[in-house]
Design a binder for this molecule. Sequence first.
Ligand code: ADP
Length: 484
Amino acid sequence: MIRCTIFAGKPVAVFGLGASGNATARALREGGAEVAAWDDSEAGRKASAALGIPLVDLAAADWSRFAALVLAPGVPLTHPEPHWTVKKAHAAGIEVIGDVELFFRERVKVCPAAPVICITGTNGKSTTTALTTHILRSAGLDTQMGGNIGVPVLALEPPAMNRFHVLELSSFQIDLTPSLKPTVGVLLNITPDHIDRHGTVEHYAAVKERLVQTAARACVGVDDAASFDILQRRAPVGPTVAFSVERSIRPGYCLVGPEAGAGFTESTLICSDATGLAVRLGSTASVATLRGRHNAQNALAAVAAVRECLNEIGRPLNIDWQRGLDTYPGLAHRMEEIGELAKAGGRVLFINDSKATNADSTDKALASFPRDIFWILGGKPKEGGITTLQAFFPRIANAYLIGQATEEFAATLEGKVAYERCGTLDRALAAATRDALASAGAESIILLSPACASYDQFKSFEHRGDTFRQLVAAIPGVRLKEKA
Ligand code: ADP
């Protein structure tokens, strides 16, 4: 845990008592601050009280006493409207910050040169964060991973000269971090998302831009227009590298080989300098945990982040990139290969992509398997349904519909893809297994990629994915892979 000493002896309000709020309260207390913690939910307050966190009813508190309000990133700062605690803080003239801000201020005190890599983007943040961490750790380097990926940043080990911190940051977290100053800032991509919370696409992009503008070195994916514009504005400010899975760039990080074009199936990652001299860093071609073009983007970003960070701090680049890629265990519920079953002349692969809660994410999964997909989908539908996925319909051998989306999806598939109404996940899996075993293809894919939220039948996408794993584990003869 990081002892947060910057508010020692001062009263600090902490609002939002999830995992990061609780870690914040503890870190501040350990550092000598007087903590006043609160949450709108009584259950949240009770859980924190059980951890020994001091509760103060902030609705009735004297706000002029507080040195700062530390807000959980899920609590609205500006849109659709500021949370009541934010209004109170503004009225009292006190600053509103997040736990990542506390991390950066503490770093200035204990070790300003400690290497920190921050990663943001609309999609691929967690994968890139986990892969960056994995590459550093497999090179024997002491590495801490946290932020939006699920481990509160203040629950990590403190910054130190020989320790790397890899932090996944959402726009909400960046918004609450005025002192953000990473060694390397990575921006993967920008597509409209979370507009409800940021008001406009421009504001959303501007928040993400801060991450690269404040970094000692910036790595920017240039495959979308908004990120490309950010690269143009950042380049005059300080060292900046671009990466792309769409085209060859120099200097920068990109892919080579015939696979880099439209018929993408695999990728060789290269880095080239301004003269065109290229270094081959590795390939994701045979890495089952990094299937698909989107993961090639994540892999390029991770490799660039590590290389640029080592360059920045003047450490040698003796990294076995291929080993790092080959041994990456992947993340649970994101195109996670969970098991296989032998069949006459081949095998059936079971893929858990429960994290795919919209068509955009399912698009990536369908694009990663060329044929013979036995697709389990459905749940609580999102606007637009699966109409954008039509280009992939020829790859689908059969579809198995579950949950509330059944009739809507049946209408989209009608006449284009054979489908079955299964109702529940267990029945869908049983039907898909029966059909995949009977299929002539050498490799049949049973893919849970629902393109829907899970809440009609499950507590969360994790619950849906875990249930899928348990059901697969119960199939006779299945060889289960270890959980990612
Ligand atoms: P995030 O943390 O940004 O939500 P994840 O790494 O958890 O991203 O990936 C979630 C889903 O987003 C994946 O299952 C995949 O469908 C999609 N995805 C991952 N990486 C990318 C990328 N680079 N570009 C577009 N979509 C991606």
